[in-house]
Design a protein around this ligand. Structure first.
Ligand code: ATP
Ligand code: MG
Length: 255
């Protein structure tokens, strides 16, 4: 299905991503509700103009610093994240270095966890945690609370792309710093995390890797960036960016 999108289609990249998610909802890699999450992300990406806003580049740099500063950084991966950006996550995990942990919230089975891990390994990920995990996130019930004792259970900083609000809150209450990536700046995840990156993972992760490579070894700069994190301010800047962008479009139409 993906190769039916002509290269010169103005939104070819977005359509290919949509088809990849739909195809993997069939293979079982993506959860059934993963297609809904994806659609919600697409809608918010329109509000950004499908580009990383300038202020968000700063938030991505702060997040790279937080990962570099961490003692036990972990990158949590679900089906959507693997399908859309498996290669980018594998590269980021090597650049930091950070562990990769499969974390599925819906329809958790060892088979699905293994499928996602194998999918990541084809992009060069070496060690993928989260297969049949034994630790629990305190106060989070059902399969969504299972985590790896060598991964998220031990982590001080967790990167959670396309996360759920409940889990973000539970991870924060457990004492973790949480970097979320969520195109919806109004979601509970975005509001509750230590820093939310309001950008598409397909753009944010390669940029985060580039910043991590640039910052690595420069402790004073890393500490300064990590200490300057303020999620309320970050979200306010994103909302202002969206509002001003819509205002500009509105003005152009009324000219
Ligand atoms: P919450 O509980 O945090 O309020 P939710 O559990 O309802 O939110 P989901 O529907 O599970 O949220 O989806 C997670 C979020 O992922 C959505 O808000 C969506 O905007 C975002 N999202 C989807 N695809 C992408 C993507 N490619 N890049 C970044 N964010 C994305
Ligand atoms: Mg939710």
């Amino acid at each position: 299905m993906t190769n039916q999108v002509p290269d010169n289609h103005p939104r070819a990249a977005s359509l290919r991503q949509r088809y990849a998610i739909a195809a993997h909802a069939k293979t079982g890699l993506v959860a059934e509700t993963g297609t809904i999450s994806h659609g919600r992300g697409e809608a918010f990406d329109y509000l950004l103009g499908e580009e990383t806003p300038e202020p968000v580049k700063e938030h991505i740099k702060q997040a790279a610093a937080l990962l570099l500063q961490a003692k036990h950084p972990v990158i949590s991966i679900n089906g959507n994240a693997a399908v859309l950006a498996g290669q980018y996550f594998s590269e980021l995990s090597k650049a930091i270095p950070a562990k990769l942990e499969v974390n599925v919230f819906y329809g958790r089975t060892q088979e699905r966890e293994s499928m996602i891990a194998e999918f990541l390994k084809q992009y060069g990920a070496n060690d993928v945690l989260g297969i049949n995990p034994e630790a629990r996130v305190p106060n989070l019930h059902s399969a969504r609370g299972s985590v790896d004792k060598e991964g998220i259970a031990k982590a001080d900083v967790v990167l959670v792309p396309l996360e759920d609000g409940d889990r973000t809150e539970a991870l924060i209450a457990w004492g973790k710093k949480v970097i979320s990536i969520d195109l919806n700046p109004l979601s509970r995840t975005a509001r509750k995390s230590t820093i939310n990156i309001c950008d598409n993972i397909t753009r944010a992760i390669p940029l985060m890797t580039a910043y991590a490579k640039e910052l690595k070894g420069y402790a004073p700069e890393i500490n300064k960036l990590a200490d300057s994190i303020d999620n309320d301010k970050a979200t306010a800047r994103v909302l202002r960016f969206m509002r001003e962008r819509l205002q500009k479009l509105e003005d152009e139409l009324e000219k």
